[in-house]
Ligand binder design. Structure first.
Ligand SMILES: Cc1ncc(COP(=O)(O)O)c(C=O)c1O
Length: 391
């Protein structure tokens, strides 16, 4: 048991999925399941109407969080991966050119590589330096007349680095391309206003910083973009038509949605709106600084990503000369009840940038409710493991 918080573990794997969720998320899901989880948009009875209202309310709150004027421009997806696939495969056409960065998650890289292999899309990747930064001139230099899409994450899931979205958006606009942002690590912890930043497509998870359950997420689609839907089927609207409706969000939401999950996501988003994404993010930043400062004093330990004092999200990844990441993760779990993630984090190109392709790295990621005491327990545990390993 976590000695201080009465949780079964010290959970430092928030970059994968946040846990525990705020109490109100559980309550909203239970209420939804007990009282209103009929099929929204498919019937005119009271329960179906109430389920529809849950979907609309959460959509409106997501719109408030991301500065989206029309909530119908947000389509629910089952996770960030589904949203990125819909955006990439629904937007690019044979012969198009796309640019991504070398720190993209496989959820960006694999759909892009699929489009290259199967649909003749051309793709370039802009290099990334050791701390996760890109050279904006180098990015601009890759733009060509046929460049239609620039894709990048807001924050790297290995390095915690943050990309300058407003500058990237300006480059995209300058070459007539659209900007797709993977907000898997930033939604709920960094300011994210699609209008102010100039984002055309935003893929986000519900189950990480927005504190909703797994199986939730979404895609913002700017009103001037018409994506080819990846899923065709029933929407409860224009049922007599053989074609997928053009009306949003139905166009991208065929099939029964995850009403109970979206009820929970709504409660998570309200929690974030109440606390403020930047307030949550800056508290997480303070914790990462403490962890970095103390871990970097350990012999043979190398912290990846931006240096102390630099902007980053709640991720601290490191390597230790005396022990492999998987061994440290195993010992943290077995001997200290600390949950972290070792390996390649679905982002092999970022490991190339960090020079950790041989054995990967160990990633600790803090979340909205991580305490100083929990950070302290991690530091003590890593110090003990390092001392034991170097004997
Ligand atoms: C940067 C990044 N992109 C995409 C994903 C995929 O997210 P999901 O698990 O919601 O599909 C992750 C997951 O960790 C991520 O960190």
């Amino acid at each position: 048991m976590n000695r201080s918080e009465n949780k079964p573990v010290i959970y430092l794997d928030h970059a994968a999925t946040s846990w525990p969720k705020p109490r109100e998320v559980l309550d909203a899901m239970q209420r939804s399941m007990l009282e209103e989880a009929a099929n929204p948009g498919r019937g005119s009875h009271r329960m179906a109407m109430n389920a529809g209202r849950v979907l609309m309310r959460t959509r409106t709150e997501l719109g408030r969080l991301f500065g989206i004027a029309n909530p119908s421009d947000i389509a629910y997806m089952s996770n960030t991966t589904a949203a990125l696939n819909q955006a990439i495969k629904g937007f690019l056409k044979p012969g198009d050119h796309a640019i991504a960065t070398m720190i993209e998650h496989n959820s960006v890289r694999r759909p892009l590589e699929y489009m290259r292999r199967e649909h003749g899309v051309r793709v370039d990747y802009v290099p990334v330096d050791e701390s996760g930064g890109i050279d904006l001139d180098e990015l601009a230099g890759l733009c060509r007349p046929d460049t239609r899409l620039i894709v990048c994450n807001h924050s790297s899931n290995l390095l915690g680095s943050i990309l300058p979205l407003a500058d990237i958006a300006e480059i995209a606009r300058g070459c007539g391309a659209k900007l797709l942002v993977d907000a898997a690590q930033s939604a709920g912890v960094l300011e994210l206003d699609v209008g102010k930043l100039g984002i055309d497509l935003l893929a986000f998870p519900g189950h990480k910083g927005l504190l909703g359950p797994q199986g939730t997420g979404g895609l913002y689609i700017s009103p001037d973009i018409d994506l080819v839907p990846l899923i065709h089927g029933g929407t409860g609207s224009q049922s007599e038509e053989a074609d997928q409706p053009s009306v949003r969000p139905d166009r991208y939401e065929a099939g029964t949605p995850n009403t109970v999950g979206i009820a929970g996501l709504g409660a998570g988003v309200r929690h974030v709106l109440r606390e403020g994404a930047s307030a949550i993010g800056s508290r997480e930043w303070q914790l990462t600084q403490k962890i970095m400062e103390r871990l970097s004093a350990i012999d043979g330990l190398r912290i990846l990503g931006p240096g102390l004092g630099q902007p980053r999200t709640g991720i601290v990844s490191f390597t230790l000369a005396a022990a492999e990441p998987s061994e440290i993760a195993f010992r943290l779990d077995r001997d200290y009840g600390i949950a972290v993630r070792a390996g390649f984090h679905c982002t092999p190109l970022a490991h190339r940038a960090a020079d950790t392709t041989a054995k990967g790295a160990l990633r600790c990621s803090v979340g909205h409710d991580t305490t100083e005491t929990e950070a302290e327990s991690l530091i003590t545990a890593v110090r003990e493991i390092a001392r034991f390993a170097s004997r």
